[in-house]
Write a protein that binds this ligand. Sequence first.
Ligand code: GLN
Length: 309
Amino acid sequence: MPCQSNDELNILVKEAKKYTKDGKVADYIPALGRANPHDLSIAIHYPDGQCISAGDIERKITLQSISKVISLALVLMDKGPGYVFERVGMEPTGDPFNSIAKLETLSPAKPLNPMINAGALVVTHMIEGKNVEERFQRLLSFIREMANDSTIDYSEEVAQSEYKTSFLNRSLSYFLKQHHVIKEDVEELIDLYTKQCAIEMNSLELARIGMIFAMDGADPQSGKQIIPVHIARICKTFMVTCGMYNASGEFAIKIGIPAKSGVSGGIMGAVPGKFGIGIFGPALDKKGNSIAGIKLLELLSETYKLSMF
Ligand code: GLN
């Protein structure tokens, strides 16, 4: 079903776009540095398949950290919460997403949550399969099912660009390997993780995945429970407590929607029981969240009283 451009959403996008000038596109992954900082688009996907939008929602974005909540769902389904939370914690950090600081002061060296890079690397490490290719294909199939698009793939260019420059993620991984939290070869893990982060889709597909989380893991169109309810709830809770990195508290107060952002400028939102949101606005604030995307969600939440609190 095509997505309808919506007048009210267009007004909110126009207002939020003013904030793009105060942000900066991420360039620590060189391939992301070429995005247009003034882009801003939103798609809202309803459980009955209807969709409304504003801006260029066909533009593809890589998931980056948004993938962390999806790999978490898959690993929780593979291994169960008991196994997973023995190896990665459940608490927000208040530190930047790529911080290494707390790992050394924690004993045992267990990353505080699955949304920071250290925790996400441990989660990706737990994806089952006999080699990197099979593990990646399992994650990709899971994502394709949620987005209802079998053509979704990853950007080899973005994956390679991050792989070549992942010095910090390698450091985190080697530290975790030294402490036996990660067992596999670090290069293989970074290969899988950078491919995971480089999975690309448009805002409409992102909104559809948000809708699956909003509906407690069910796909109302196919009637299939893609993610068990208790696991979808764990994921949504992490989106509230850690989804916007160290801006999650302020985001919960001002906006009150479970959401996950990525340094590509994407934000996936899940309004419980109502709809999914996919936003793309590559200009980021200092904490690595889409600056206009957050403003847009704030306007949306205020206008339509969407806060869950
Ligand atoms: N691939 C990115 C990284 O590990 C994801 C980080 C993010 O989106 N915040 O640095």
